[in-house]
Design a protein. Structure first.
Length: 133
C-alpha cells in the first residue's frame, strides 16, 4: 500500500506525535486523517471524490466539489467518532504547547515528500495539528 498510495502529511505528523508523545501510529493517523485531507483537498479533488463515493455520500444537485467533499469529510469524522476511540490529540495526552515542535519534526519526516500538496512551512502543519488538538 505504501508503494502504491504513498503516505504524505498524515503519516509525517503521526510519526511526530507518536515519537514524541507515544501515541500509537494507527490512532494518530485516525485523529489526523480528516484535518490532513482538508489540507490536501484542493490538490487531489478527484481522489477524494472517489472516497466520498465509497462512503456512500451522494452528491446534491448543483453542489460544488468543495461542498460535496466537506460533507464527505464530516461523514468520515462521524464514522471515526463512532469507533469509540479518541478523536482529538488532547485526549491522547499530547499537550497543546507541544504542537509546534511536532510540526517542526513532521516537516523533516520523509513521508511529507510524497504529500499531494507540497509542504515547506511548519505553520501549515501546525494548522492541521491545532485542528486535530
Amino acid at each position: 500500500a505504501f508503494n502504491s498510495a504513498l503516505v504524505g502529511i498524515v503519516h509525517a505528523i503521526a510519526h511526530s506525535v507518536g515519537g514524541k508523545y507515544n501515541v500509537p501510529h494507527g490512532l494518530a493517523n485516525g485523529i489526523l486523517l480528516v484535518p490532513s485531507m482538508r489540507f490536501n483537498m484542493d490538490a487531489c479533488t478527484e481522489r477524494y471524490i472517489m472516497v466520498a463515493e465509497a462512503f456512500g455520500v451522494e452528491r446534491k444537485k448543483d453542489e460544488s466539489d468543495g461542498e460535496y467533499l466537506e460533507r464527505a469529510l464530516n461523514r468520515m469524522e462521524k464514522f471515526i467518532s463512532s469507533l469509540g476511540i479518541p478523536v482529538k490529540l488532547r485526549e491522547t495526552g499530547v499537550p497543546e504547547d507541544g504542537l509546534e515542535e511536532c510540526a517542526q519534526i513532521a516537516l523533516s519526516d520523509p513521508s511529507i515528500l510524497t504529500n499531494p500538496k507540497p509542504v515547506n512551512d511548519p505553520s501549515e502543519i501546525l494548522k492541521i495539528l491545532k485542528s486535530a488538538w
